[in-house]
Unconditional design. Structure first.
Length: 119
């Protein structure tokens, strides 16, 4: 069972209510078990973090990164965060918001192929 920080419950709800455009686009493709018949959760608290999308069946986290994720300090934080999430046995996929806007189908195909390997 993954660590759950109950202090992150309300912030996660707020993030679900205020999704970015990229998150909305991807969520439309992941929700209701549309992909490989598995359930995804959005803005899921795991450990001390809130991940963008999470599939428990495949232990898969999908993160969408805006422009600020290209800054050096943010990249270092993201790398540390990924390492900490991997301790839970999770696999992390990262995509830029731009890749969602420009080629949603390729992003979904990558997620699907990863799911098929992990299920």
């Amino acid at each position: 069972m993954l660590d759950y920080n109950s202090n992150l419950r309300d912030p996660a709800r707020d993030l679900r209510k205020n999704q970015t455009d990229a998150e909305n686009i991807l969520w439309a493709k992941l929700r209701r078990k549309q992909l490989c018949g598995v359930q995804f959760y959005r803005q899921k608290p795991i450990g001390g973090f809130i991940v963008d999308f999470y599939c428990a069946a495949a232990k898969l986290v999908v993160e969408l990164d805006g422009k600020h994720h290209t800054e050096e300090s943010q990249m270092a934080y993201d790398q540390e965060r990924t390492q900490q999430l991997e301790v839970f046995g999770l696999h992390i996929l990262r995509f830029s918001n731009q890749s969602i806007f420009q080629n949603t189908d390729a992003v979904v195909a990558t997620i699907q192929s990863t799911l098929l390997l992990r299920l």
